[in-house]
Design a protein around this ligand. Structure first.
Ligand code: PMP
Length: 365
């Protein structure tokens, strides 16, 4: 069948239908260019315009000033686990502070330790990563190289509601891979924010790095060229061939957010509506569904919960699939159900899933 389902995949994930339609329509020949974007030089003016448009749309959506560089890189979010400490920690004589609230923070810490001294200032592992710390729950030394956190832990479904407390002068570094551009953010509070695109911003293949320009000079000149942020900033993301297709689609998703949705305040409202439908279904199930995240740290993007036993869980997934609701199985490390309701998930998809949750609970409780 070529019938599309509501796709709750954690990533790569749902994209706006209008973006997919544009990509389809322009695939054989980019209007006026006599070839497709896939076949075009990254130095072609048409592509440079596409790159600038993607950058400028992201800048305007997020209110990013020229004090920051916006880079389009490869290597996924995982390469940032290493590039961040390689540029901002190695050789600094300092220690970097990390907050660990889930699997992705844990992986980032493991990579950072290869580059320098790491201080895990808060670790939520003992409570099975079901919450994020409050500002009084940890402390960060004033001379830390930076404070690192993951805003939304995709696997556990726990999300910071606000930036974690961070001493003035210590750059705040954020993995926003699974909630990039899901609501307005004051980027001036950050030294660096990065996100792989394949969850909330586009297809796999490109990672956006927003970095305050004064941090660009911290990377040692002996780093491999690709790993130095400054090279990419100086070359406007054309230090080598950038992932042209992924940037093209990311630019279209950003334009959709701006023009069709109406910006980040509008998408936040929609995201709150969608996730509330699912959290309400959990809370009103009389204990049939158990949410993983503590209520004050619930993610607007990844709704994680369990059913009373494995058989019911399997039956739920099967019934959902029969109703065109797919990719709901939780990550293998935590089990249960994970419904990812990223920006591009339509309200109708969340409504259909909430309805199924309510029906399934009344039938099986
Ligand atoms: N950070 C977060 C929050 C993620 O959800 C992911 C997703 N896979 C990653 C990092 C790693 O991304 P990638 O596979 O692009 O390296």
């Amino acid at each position: 069948t070529t019938q599309r389902a509501y796709n709750f995949s954690a990533g790569p994930a749902v994209l706006p239908v209008s973006v997919l339609e544009q990509v389809r329509d322009e695939m054989m020949c980019l209007p006026g260019s006599r070839c497709s974007l896939l076949e075009m030089s990254h130095r072609d003016k048409v592509f440079i315009d596409i790159l600038h448009d993607a950058e400028n749309t992201v800048r305007s959506l997020m209110g990013i000033s020229d004090d920051y560089a916006v880079l389009f890189l490869q290597g996924g979010a995982a390469l940032q686990f290493s590039m961040i400490p390689a540029n901002l920690l190695a050789g600094s004589g300092k220690s970097a502070a990390y907050i660990q609230t889930g699997v992705w923070g844990k992986k980032a810490i493991a990579e950072a330790k290869k580059e320098g001294d790491v201080n895990v200032v808060y670790d939520a592992a003992e409570s099975n990563f079901n919450h994020v710390p409050g500002s009084g729950d940890y402390s960060v030394s004033d001379d830390s190289a930076y404070l690192y956190f993951c805003n939304n832990e995709t696997i556990q479904g726990v999300q910071f509601q606000d930036e974690p407390a961070c001493p003035a002068g210590v750059p705040l570094v954020c993995d926003a891979s699974s909630d990039f551009m899901h609501k307005p953010v004051d980027i001036n509070k950050y030294g660096l924010m990065y996100a792989c695109a394949q969850k909330n911003a586009g297809p796999a293949g490109v990672t956006v790095v927003v970095i305050r320009r004064d941090l660009l000079d911290r990377g040692s000149k002996t780093l491999p060229g690709y790993l130095q942020y400054k090279n990419h900033a100086d070359a406007d993301s054309e230090w080598n061939t950038p992932p042209t297709f992924a940037i093209w689609v990311l630019g279209k998703v950003a334009r959709w957010l701006q023009d069709d949705i109406g910006g980040l305040e509008a998408i936040e409202k929609l995201n709150r509506q969608k996730s509330s439908l699912l959290y309400d279904a959990i809370d009103q199930s009389g204990g049939f569904y158990t949410g993983h995240a503590k209520p004050d740290c619930r993610s607007l993007m990844n709704v994680t919960f369990t059913l009373p036993n494995d058989d019911l869980q399997a039956a739920f997934i099967a019934e959902a699939a029969a109703n065109d609701l797919v990719a709901l199985k939780g990550h293998r490390s935590v089990g249960g159900i994970r419904a990812s309701v990223y920006n591009a998930m339509p309200l109708e998809g969340a409504k259909a899933l909430a309805q199924l949750m309510n029906d399934f609970a009344s039938k099986n409780a």
